[in-house]
Design a protein around this ligand. Structure first.
Ligand code: FMN
Length: 206
């Protein structure tokens, strides 16, 4: 069955819950990206949302390397991806590498919440991108040490996810039946009782 990008998106949107900001239900991780540039103005808005992420001691340990398609940075991030991710990420107009400083700027002490804060920052990124009509797809599937070497990322930065960013395209453009199926199936999640506890392991009845 051929679905338009809009129809595929509609399948992915989670059921609405009154009072929950729509963007939380509308964000999902596409693999089919349109060959349409993302403007610098749009990128600026996304990173402005990232900027206001909370962090331990307001350390703001996140750093983002942003590769626009056609640049060396894009090529280097792409070259670090696992083949299974390269297959669909090739069309992404933007590839981003998210890393975090693992020491505090002052005092040289380890910041054990740096990775936690980086995850929060990436959540801001994905939600703001979604609010602007863009898709994001995070990837653990890349060679972190290859990326570190190619992009000259210092040792005291911990490697987070690679992220594909761009406008969603039709599932059919993926040209691979298994990927097309994943692009159109509905998303599933645990029930609240499985992760919101009143006492350990017991749902709190919400
Ligand atoms: C840290 C992280 C790593 C991920 N790594 C990959 C990856 O290497 N390849 C991939 O196709 N998807 C990857 N994903 C996407 C997840 O599979 C996806 O977020 C999850 O299935 C939930 O789907 P949704 O984002 O559409 O709600 C990753 C997501 C996260 C947050």
């Amino acid at each position: 069955m051929t679905l338009s990008a809009r129809e595929a998106h509609a399948r992915k949107v989670a059921p609405k819950v009154d009072g929950v900001l729509p963007v939380f239900h509308e964000r999902w991780s596409p693999r089919s990206f349109a060959e349409k540039e993302v403007s610098r103005e749009t990128l600026k808005k996304i990173f402005e949302a990232v900027r206001w992420t909370a962090s331990a001691h307001n350390e703001q340990p996140w750093r983002f390397l942003v590769g626009l398609r056609g640049t060396e940075t894009w090529e280097k991030i792409y070259a670090s991806l696992m083949e299974s991710n390269q297959k669909w990420a090739a069309k992404a107009p933007v590839l981003i590498l998210a890393v975090a400083a693992n020491k505090f700027e002052h005092g040289d002490r380890p910041n054990r919440f740096a990775f936690y804060d980086l995850g929060s920052a990436v959540a801001h990124l994905t939600l703001q991108a979604s609010a602007l009509g863009l898709g994001t797809h995070q990837m653990a599937g890349y060679d972190t040490e290859k990326a570190r070497g190619l992009l000259a990322i210092p040792e005291d930065y911990v490697m987070g996810a690679a992220i594909a960013l761009g406008y969603q395209d039709e599932p059919e453009k993926l040209d691979d039946p298994a990927m097309i199926e994943r692009e159109t199936m509905t998303r599933e999640r645990k029930h609240l009782a499985e992760f919101v506890f009143g006492s350990w392991g017991e749902g709190m009845g919400i």
